[in-house]
Design a protein around this ligand. Sequence first.
Ligand SMILES: [Zn+2]
Length: 209
Amino acid sequence: MGRIDISMPLFAGMPAFPGDPPFSAQRIAAVSQGDAFDLTFLSFGSHTGTHVDPPVHMLPAGLAVDRIDLDLLNGPSCVVEVAAHEQEIGVEAVARVPQGSARVLFRSPNSERWAKSLTFFPDYVGLTPAAADALVERNVRLVGIDALSIENDPGATYPVHRTLLGHGIPLLEGLLLASVRPGSYELECLPLKIRDGDGGPARAALVSP
Ligand SMILES: [Zn+2]
């Protein structure tokens, strides 16, 4: 019953959403250089790698990442497979979510692509607005995806974000799910406690029941 780590490593050159600041790590003290310890200056955006989108990300009155109840981010969850031919995560995928699921993680072909090469690709699979509506109707409390954004919206109006965050549903983005079979798990997700944060990089894991 081990944990499956579903979080993305942080490294220079890691995938970043277009326009987001790149991750960088600068060694400012090093034992190999005669210092007493290693120490690194890190710089990265608040939506780097595996991370939580809290409601305030797009809605000024919404909760910030340090205010999200950890009981919402941790607990029973289901992983739902999205096949390559589906091309997007639509209402058909939501129909496969077991009734009563509080947390849903979608495992799409994005994960296979990332397993081969951990780089950004613009044609990633995302949720449709109709799927977001269907998840709200099912009273889902958290939605996760193996992409840096929950939706692939070239128009940048973000209807999926607005629907889910508007219903107080945090998003868990940038998951690596290639080694995860569809089914039921316990989700563990602890985003950095950034005060008033619009996003929080997180370590996330799944535990088989
Ligand atoms: Zn985000």
